[in-house]
Ligand binder design. Sequence first.
Ligand code: ADP
Ligand code: MG
Length: 581
Amino acid sequence: MTIHILPDVLIAQIAAGEVVERPASAIKELIENALDADASHIHVEVKNSGRALIRISDNGTGIPADEVPVAFARHATSKLNKIEDLERLLTLGFRGEALSSIASVSRLTITTRHRDEKMGTQLQIEGGNFIKQQAVGAPSGTVIAVENLFYNTPARLKFLKADQTEKRHITHLITRYAMAYPNVRFHLVQDGREMLHTTGSGELADVILQVMGLEQFKQMIPIEVQSIDDTQINVVGYTSMPSLYRADRGQISLFINGRWITDSKLVYSVAQAYHGLLKDARYPISVLMINMPPYDVDVNVHPTKAEVRFRDNNAVFTTVQRAVRTALISSGERPSFTHTIADSPQSGWNAHAQNHGSRQTHMPFEIEDAPPLTKQSMRSFSEEEIAIPVGIGQPIRPRTLPLLRIVGQVGATYIIAEGPSGLYLIDQHGAHQRLLYEDLEEQNFERIILEIPQVINLSTKQAKIIEQYLALFEPFGVEMTAFGGSSFQIRVIPEPLMRIDWLEVISVIADHLSNNNPTETIKQRLSQYGATKAGQTLTQEDMQIIVGRLERARNPLTDPFGRPTLIHMTGDQLARQFGRN
Ligand code: ADP
Ligand code: MG
C-alpha cells in the first residue's frame, strides 16, 4: 500500500473508537452537550440498550442554522478558541469530537432550533456522510436521534456486552448526571419503561432520595465543606453511614467541577475515610461534588474526559478524605474495630523484608486501632488526624540516613522515597513513633498547661499501678496527680500529644507497666498513641517533615518497639528481583 492521508470519515471512525466505546458513552457525550447548552430539561429515550435507538432531547440554546453542518466536522467546537481556554474551562465539552465521531458510526438525525431563530434545521448523516438538510419548524432546543449505533463497525458491535449490562451502564450514567445537576430535570426511558425521573428542584437530596429510596437515603450523611486551609477546594455531597455499604467501590461517585470522573486513588481516599468504621472489603456509597479552580485540574487527559489530573494531588485527596471523615465523625460515628488493608503490595516486598534480615511484615495485616474519640477530640478531628507535630527548636543533628527524595505515598500507609543507593519504603506510623519517642526522650517539646485539667477514671487495679509510677511521667511532660478513688487529674501534657485520648493511653500503660523498665513502657506507649496512623493520606509537606526528621533520628531504622521503620532496597537488589543480573 502506498502512503496516503486517510479520508475524513475514516479518521472520524477511528476516533470514534476512543470516544464512543459503547452506547452509554455516546449518551454521555450527548448529555454533556445538552448541559453545555444550558438545558434545564433533558429527555433520554433508549431502545434495545442503545443499539437500535438513542434519542436525546433538550431545551437548551439550540444550534444556529448556518452552524449545524459545521458542528459535525471533526474538531468543531464552540467552546474553545486557544489553548489557554483549557485552564478556565467551564464547559464539559471542548474537544469537538463527539458529534463527528457518533455520526460516523451510526445513522444520525439532528433537529435543532436556536433560541433566537425562527426556523429550525434538520440534518441527516449516515456513517459520516451527509444525506439531507432541510429547514423545519421545531421547538427551541435540540433533538439528536442516533439509530443503529456501530452498524458500520462490526468489530465494535461484537464487543458490546449483554443487553442487561449495557442498560445498566446507561441507567448508571444518567443517575450520576442527575445527581451532579439537580437543577436539571432528567428523564430516562428504556424500551418504553421509565427508569428515572428527577424533578430539577435544585436539591441534591431530592435526586438522591429519588434514586436510592427513602430507606437508604435515611442512612446518608450530608457533607458540606468549604475549602480547608486555603486550598480553594469545596466538597459537598452525601456519604453513607457505616450501616450502609457495598462490596465494591462502584458506588463512590466523584464529580470534579460538574464532571463525572474516575480516579481510583481519589476513590481510595474516600474509602480510607471509613478506616475503623467499615470492615474489610466493605465500601461506602458516596456522591461527592468537588469544586476547585479550573486551572488546578487538567481535564485533557483522555478523549472521554473521564480522567483528570490534579495540580496538587495531595491537597485534593486530603481535603476529600477529611470532608468525608469529618462528616462521619460529627454525625456520631466512632471507629471501633481493627481494620485490614485489602490492597496489599506485591509479595516481592515481603520476600525482600526477609532477605534483608528485618522482621517480616505480614501483609495483609492488622493496623492498630485508632484510639476512640473523646468529645474533646471530636471537634478538631480533621486537624488531629493529619497534624504532624514538629518538635521545638530542633538542634541540627548528624545525619543517620542519606538525603531522601520523596516519591509519594502508597496505601495511605507507606512513604516511598529514593536515596543515592536505591529505594526506601517507610512505614509512616512507625517512623512517626520513632520521632516522637526521641522527642520525649530529649524533652524536645513544649509543655501545655490545661485550662481545665482532665480527669480520668481508671479501674482499681490500673489506679494502683499508676499511683506507684506517677513520678515517671513528669520528664515526658505529663503531670498527673491522684484525684481520689481511682481517678487521676492531668494538668500538663506535652504539645505533640495534645490530641490523644488520655484515658485510653494511661489505661494501656497501666496494663503494660511492670517493674521491668517502666520508663520505657511509658515512652513507647506515649509515642505510639501520638503518632500518625496508617491509613491517613499525608500531604507532601507532612511526608517531608517525617522523612526529613527521620534522616537525623538517632535510631531511624526501628520504631520504639523494635519493628522496622523502613525497608531499603538497593539498586542491585531491585535488579535481582527483576531477574536482571
Ligand atoms: P464539544 O462538545 O467538544 O464542543 P461536540 O462534537 O460534542 O464537541 O459538539 C460540537 C458543537 O456542537 C458544540 O461545541 C456545540 O456548539 C454544538 N452542540 C452540540 N450539541 C449541542 C446541543 N445539544 N445544543 C446546542 N449546541 C450543541
Ligand atoms: Mg461535546
